[in-house]
Design a protein around this ligand. Sequence first.
Ligand SMILES: O=C(O)CCC(=O)C(=O)O
Ligand SMILES: [Fe+2]
Length: 262
Amino acid sequence: MKDILDLDRYPLDREGSAEWKRLVERSIAALEADGMFNLGGFLRPGVAERAVREIEPVMATRSHMHKRMHNIYFKPDIPDLAPNHPALRKVETISHTVCADQIPDSLVLAIYEYEPLLCFLAAAMGKTKLHVMQDPLARTNVMAYRAGEALNWHFDRSEFTTTLLLQASERGGDFEYRTDLRSDDNPNYDGVARLLDGRDPKARILRMKPGTLNVFRGKNTAHRVTTVEGERERIIAVFSYYEKSGVMFSDEERIGFYGRAA
Ligand SMILES: O=C(O)CCC(=O)C(=O)O
Ligand SMILES: [Fe+2]
């Protein structure tokens, strides 16, 4: 793993050491301040490109193209809201997904399963332990966005999301987020409507470099990936970890996300 991850800069393999504790503390402080932390240069030079070369043939021939209109909640309706409320405005998402079962023995999966990464993420998230997902498709997804495509505004269902950017687009394809747009007890529907209307001055853009690990609390922070422009696809690995072991999607969820149950 030391040839894949920059363990000199990010000492995941030295759990409990002073430098490991400093990294955990820095990550916790960033999560508190910004709702996220970024480990730039997490991959050694050239590794993101190698990972892309492994995935590209599968992406080109066997990825699932997902094109859908949805609202920021990914739900057909919200009990308190009239169907025409502007917080329910529909937006379009288009992406291409490769699932974990299509890339066995890949660099991306080896990183996903690297135990010291799970230990570090658990410490940064204040959990005793995190587990990989058991679902053979959902555990890791690699998403590609081509010119004109985007992941539109949404809140995440999971408490946090871990991504590893493998290839950036020439233009666009930026991560845009609006910290704490809602809270567990205030849905702030008018604020949601303002954001969807492009009128929220607190929306921020994060331009990530390939090889960056991003950990993001997206449950109450609205976020999207802006429309990709140019020839080069934006390619990003999305890792799912849970406090419970053995987490699986249902067949319905797999069909909904990937167009197949197995
Ligand atoms: O592609 C990204 O940078 C963000 C991914 C994301 O928001 C998600 O998977 O929920
Ligand atoms: Fe998200």
